[in-house]
Design a protein around this ligand. Structure first.
Ligand SMILES: *[C@@H]1O[C@H](CO)[C@@H](O)[C@H](O)[C@H]1NC(C)=O
Ligand SMILES: *[C@@H]1O[C@H](CO)[C@@H](O)[C@H](O)[C@H]1NC(C)=O
Ligand SMILES: *[C@@H]1O[C@H](CO)[C@@H](O)[C@H](O)[C@H]1NC(C)=O
Ligand SMILES: *[C@@H]1O[C@H](CO)[C@@H](O)[C@H](O)[C@H]1NC(C)=O
Ligand SMILES: *[C@@H]1O[C@H](CO)[C@@H](O)[C@H](O)[C@H]1NC(C)=O
Ligand SMILES: *[C@@H]1O[C@H](CO)[C@@H](O)[C@H](O)[C@H]1NC(C)=O
Ligand SMILES: *[C@@H]1O[C@H](CO)[C@@H](O)[C@H](O)[C@H]1NC(C)=O
Ligand SMILES: *[C@@H]1O[C@H](CO)[C@@H](O)[C@H](O)[C@H]1NC(C)=O
Ligand SMILES: *[C@@H]1O[C@H](CO)[C@@H](O)[C@H](O)[C@H]1NC(C)=O
Ligand SMILES: *[C@@H]1O[C@H](CO)[C@@H](O)[C@H](O)[C@H]1NC(C)=O
Length: 800
């Protein structure tokens, strides 16, 4: 008697489990249905399709949401037709469409994709979040939810602009937090002329990304690294442009929220939160056309709007009241060839205006010539990947950035250019003027202190309090006693470098040219001169002085002194006769090609490692370099490496071990993905750069048939191949995607010295994976590394 009852219970329970919770299936086929609150779940358990209720309402909607975060809805079916109760069902209808029915069995929503009756379709939810309706038998695609996005842009989704039919696939915001109905804001691609991303408010531009140059959107300040975040614009088939991003390891989404902000977030599995990694607009200047036609917006300015040089407010009263919408007008008409002609005014670090016309051309001079010869051209700019950009009629949505952006040239009557030569500086400087004066005061005060031979306590933490994005020395509590640093006079240095003669130019450092000099006593020095026009440099100059004056290690370049006189700011280093590592590695004519055999290269790797170790662990301060790359590694007469260029470095307090910055600085190929993408840096991001550097040092020797470098040594040491492979293996451990997987520099050194013998297997490096997913050109900095992972894996197995 008991038996059947148990079975009955068991069956009931199973039915309850299956229907009441979550159908452990990813597919709805004909004859099956799901009923509120059932869900189906994608195969990898990433997404669910089911019913949900937004905040502050009782309405029910059918949507797709994350398994880890069920409140986070990425797609809604019945956006404008809510269900008023929990009686909704979803099924495949007789005509093969996916339909949502209410309690009265009325169709509330349908995919509307087929018209003729068919019963052999099924709907599958995929791990990308895509719902895919297909013919079961043939697998033919009938409909998919990624082609009709709601308010979220997902990796692999395509935001389309067909310029032949003018059909767009856009993301459209909710009305408000409790109403998924299509609201005021939409976002999409505008591919006519040069592709740009737009947010529209009731169809009027609200935010603009600036042109896509094949790698980045050049009007987005914090978009640095094309292959790391992987966004791309594709034109395929011709005329159909789409913006997309590959699937990554993180859960990433970009939401257009109901107040018109595009918000990029990443799921943090530890805190169970969505971390905001980017958003637009970020300030009033990002809002389209804030300053009107011919107005220039500078978020750091006060007021933020000014007229472009050569223009004046159209309506001065309005303008002064802070209503900038009517913009500016030209003061002197263009001559266009008559009476003195026109010239161009260069504005650096700009977000270029809307309505650019493209003219592919390699050279900037060609752009200038073309613009000058056409009277309707009022401005031009040049981007190496786009070629020339020209503007006619109006210049709108112009923005002054700080340190990123392109050079933008506006055409002005020649008289306009001559009269105001002095004003040229004014346009460039406002951004930094405040900071320059503060820093200059600090430098002067400090050098004065040193001059007075007064080993005064220097409170580093206060130096930069004027700029929250600038260098913040975290050890504010720790007072740093700066070593005495000799001061050089401008005259001494001018004489030493033969008046900064071109022939003594060694190269360009982080913020200005570097000259070779000979002091009167015969000592050779290198002089880094802060270029006066560079607003960025001051910050880095101060940083470098502070950081480097506190360090001493045989693998770090030594600062001999500084010079601060009037406008001049210079740093004096010991001279490195063998230049920098990039010259040695990449210049085939450099004599080092012969000198740098594997043994030497290995000791260079170790030397850099030890320098880094000193920065991270051994010095009293903990320092993250943030811009480690071959050009920042100098070689002394014995080819011993010395890390230089501390302009970007950051100092950390004892127990702080990672930071975040709004301003990502550094060099693409060498930047760790978490730093390039999210501005998060740590010792592990330096390890990443070190890994890339090792690959470059070792791989080149390995991959090229570099007979000269191998010569004697190679034959003498049968183990050298194994050693190179080992180095490459260690390097691959350093460039793993997740910081936690990368070894510390200490471990790296132990591996190099074979204190640690067994090496773990590296994950596939992040760049290789993303690289394959996108159709980028071959001009990336990373191509210097020039290898394919597959090849490498095979080689490594063979090698060991
Ligand atoms: C809910 O909607 C259905 C169909 O529109 C309607 O018949 C029903 O009366 C509504 N119920 C309530 C409580 O409003
Ligand atoms: C489907 O088509 C019907 C009739 O043409 C229309 O009323 C309905 O809004 C459409 N539904 C969708 C989701 O497009
Ligand atoms: C498809 O529909 C036909 C009638 O329209 C029915 O005979 C057949 O069994 C259905 N097939 C399936 C797989 O449900
Ligand atoms: C559905 O299946 C039937 C028979 O299996 C087939 O003839 C028909 O072509 C299918 N529907 C479509 C739209 O192909
Ligand atoms: C979404 O589903 C459709 C239909 O199956 C498919 O063609 C498309 O490639 C899918 N898109 C993504 C990004 O998975
Ligand atoms: C959201 O919009 C709906 C109408 O579209 C309105 O009834 C509701 O009050 C709004 N909710 C909030 C929180 O603004
Ligand atoms: C819901 O209402 C609460 C209280 O009024 C409010 O704080 C919250 O922001 C609302 N949520 C949404 C999404 O509108
Ligand atoms: C949209 O996002 C911005 C930026 O995160 C935020 O300030 C704003 O409050 C959001 N709006 C809504 C309605 O959530
Ligand atoms: C700003 O000026 C424009 C054009 O004159 C006018 O239409 C608009 O109402 C003004 N806006 C404000 C906030 O005064
Ligand atoms: C000047 O440029 C415009 C637009 O770029 C073009 O339509 C026109 O033909 C050009 N005129 C000459 C003389 O090149």
């Amino acid at each position: 008697m008991i038996g059947p009852k148990i079975i009955q219970l068991f069956v009931l329970q199973s039915v309850f489990l299956v229907l009441g919770f979550c159908l452990e299936t990813d597919t709805i086929s004909f004859g099956l249905y799901i009923k509120d609150p059932d869900t189906i779940i994608s195969r990898g358990q990433v997404f669910k399709l089911g019913f949900f209720t937004p905040d502050n309402t009782t309405n029910r909607y059918l949507g797709v949401f994350y398994t880890v975060s069920e409140k986070t809805v990425i797609w809604v079916a019945n956006r404008d037709k809510p269900l008023n109760d929990t009686s909704g069902t979803v099924s495949i209808s007789d005509d093969g469409n996916l339909v949502l029915r209410n309690g009265n069995n009325e169709i509330v929503w349908s995919t509307n994709a087929t018209t003729s009756p068919m019963n052999n379709t099924s709907l599958q939810i995929q791990d990308t979040g895509n719902l895919s309706l297909r013919e079961t038998a043939t697998g033919n695609k009938i409909w998919d939810s990624f082609s009709v996005p709601s308010d979220v842009f997902m990796p692999t989704m395509r935001i389309v602009d067909n310029i032949n039919t003018d059909k767009k696939v856009v993301v459209s915001a909710w009305k408000n937090g409790s109403d998924p109905e299509v609201g005021r804001f939409t976002a999409g691609l505008e591919a006519l002329n040069i592709p740009q991303i737009f947010t529209w408010n009731n169809g009027r531009p609200y935010w603009r990304s600036g042109p896509w140059n094949g790698q980045i959107l050049i009007g987005v300040q914090d978009m640095y690294s094309p292959y790391l975040d992987g966004f791309t614009v594709v034109n395929d088939p011709p005329g159909t442009f789409y913006f997309t991003a590959p699937e990554g390891k993180f859960l990433m989404k970009i939401t257009l929220n109901s107040s018109g902000s595009l918000v990029q977030t990443l799921w943090d599995d530890q805190t169970k939160n969505w971390d905001i990694t980017w958003l637009a607009p970020q300030n009033e200047c990002d809002i389209y056309g804030t300053c009107g036609s011919f107005g220039n917006c500078n978020a750091q300015g006060s007021p933020i709007c000014s007229c472009l040089r050569g223009f004046e407010p159209t309506n001065r009263d309005e303008w002064e009241r802070g209503n900038w919408t009517s913009g500016c007008q030209r003061k002197k008409q263009l001559q266009c060839g008559q009476g003195g002609g026109d010239g161009f005014l260069r504005l650096p670090f700009m977000k270029v205006p809307d309505f650019a016309e493209q003219f592919p051309s390699g050279q900037e001079v060609e752009c200038r010539r073309a613009c000058l010869s056409n009277c309707s051209c009022i401005a031009y700019a040049h981007d190496p990947n786009i070629g020339c950009m020209f503007w006619r009629e109006t210049l709108i949505d112009v923005q002054q950035f700080a340190g990123v952006g392109v050079d933008f040239y506006i055409r002005l009557a020649a008289s306009e250019l001559d009269n105001h030569k002095d004003k040229k500086l004014i346009i460039i400087i406002p951004v930094v003027v405040g900071f320059v004066s503060v820093s200059a005061l600090v430098i002067i005060a400090w050098c004065w202190m040193v001059k007075a031979k007064d080993k005064r306590i220097f409170e580093a933490g206060q130096t930069f309090s004027s700029d929250s994005n600038a260098i913040v020395l975290k050890d504010e509590s720790e007072r740093v006693n700066i070593e005495e640093l000799p001061l050089y006079t401008f005259e001494t240095l001018a004489n030493a470098t033969d008046q900064f003669n071109e022939t003594n130019l060694l190269g360009k450092g982080g913020f200005g040219p570097v000259y070779k000099g000979n002091l009167a006593n015969g000592k050779e020095i290198a002089v880094k001169r802060l270029s006066a026009a560079s607003g960025q440099g001051v910050e880095e100059f101060m940083n470098e002085v502070i950081v480097i004056s506190k360090l001493q290690h045989r693998n770090l370049v030594r600062l001999l002194g500084c010079c601060v006189e009037k406008e001049e700011k210079m740093l004096i280093y010991e001279y490195m006769p063998n230049k920098s590592l990039d010259v040695c590695l990449f210049d085939p004519t450099h004599p080092s090609q012969k000198v740098l055999d594997w043994k030497k290269r290995f000791s260079i790797i170790e030397g850099i490692g030890r320098g880094l170790m000193y920065l991270h662990k051994d010095s009293r301060l903990r320092i993250i370099h943030r811009d480690l790359k071959p050009s920042n590694v100098l070689l002394d007469e014995d080819w011993d490496p010395k890390i230089s260029d501390f302009g970007m470095a950051r100092i950390f307090g004892g127990n702080q071990d990672h930071g975040n910055t709004a301003r990502v600085v550094g060099t693409y190929g060498y930047m760790a993905p978490e730093y390039a993408m999210e501005g998060r840096f740590s010792e592990k991001s330096d390890v990443y750069s070190f890994g890339v550097l090792m690959l470059e040092i070792a791989w080149k020797l390995w991959s090229e048939d570099n007979g000269l470098a191998f010569a004697d040594e190679a034959i003498a040491s049968p183990d050298f191949q194994g050693e190179i492979v080992r180095c490459i293996h260690i390097a691959l451990l350093c460039v793993q995607e997740f910081p936690k997987d990368r070894p510390t520099i200490q471990t790296v050194l132990s591996m190099l010295s074979r204190e640690i013998v067994d090496l773990p297997a590296p994950e596939q490096p992040v760049f290789a994976e993303k690289w394959n997913g996108t159709n980028m050109g071959s001009t990336q900095p990373m191509s210097q590394v020039g290898f394919s992972t597959n090849e490498l894996t095979v080689t490594m197995l063979d090698g060991r």
